[in-house]
Design a protein around this ligand. Structure first.
Ligand code: CMX
Ligand code: CO
Length: 146
């Protein structure tokens, strides 16, 4: 079951300038940033709100680390803009299997690692009315000392 918008992925040429736009215009701050070499992105997650399932919704700002990455290719063709949407689920394996059984292409055999240790997979945009769609299961919260 998909329970929230986990994030909207936005492709940009210059991550630092784009982060500054979202800070100056809306007051959104960077919650987390990282480089994901497998996906070929440098990214910043801006938390917009918590959600009732214990998760949250973010904007994911994405700058490519190489031209032949998914985001690099997309930017060269389209320029900056909304690149994908991501739905949150407690069980990405089950959600992906269910959606695959409906004839939608799931891009990975097994989920891969996404932002903040999440597990992610993607649905082909040509099977989703032109929308690249990601499924995300957040990493469990880190154990605390108390
Ligand atoms: N949204 C909608 N359509 C898209 C798209 C996108 N983001 N990216 C590509 N397409 C379309 C293209 O426009 C093209 O359509 P036409 O044939 O009509 O021109 C078609 O899909 C094929 O595009 P392509 O440029 O040849 O690109 P590829 O087939 O090599 O790759 C895809 C497309 C979806 C398989 C690839 O982008 C992918 O694997 N994406 C998943 C991984 C990803 O996006 N990682 C970055 C984000 C990481 C994160 O969120 O953490
Ligand atoms: Co994403």
């Amino acid at each position: 079951m998909l329970t929230r918008i986990d994030h909207i992925g936005i492709a940009c040429f210059d991550l630092d300038r784009t982060v500054e736009f979202y800070r100056a215009t809306y007051g959104f701050e960077v919650f987390h940033s990282e480089v994901n070499e497998e996906q070929g992105v440098r990214e910043a997650m801006l938390k917009i709100n918590e959600t009732s399932d214990g998760g949250a919704s973010y904007l994911q700002l994405l700058e490519p680390t190489r031209e032949d990455s998914a985001v690099g290719k997309w930017l060269a063709k389209n320029g900056e803009g909304v690149h994908h949407i991501a739905f949150g689920t407690a069980d990405v394996d089950s959600a992906a299997g269910d959606i695959r059984s409906k004839g939608v292409r799931v891009l990975y055999d097994e989920p891969r690692i996404g932002s903040m240790g999440s597990r992610i997979t993607f649905l082909h945009p040509k099977d989703c009315h032109g929308v690249l769609t990601e499924l995300v299961t957040s990493a469990p919260p880190a154990p605390t000392d108390h």
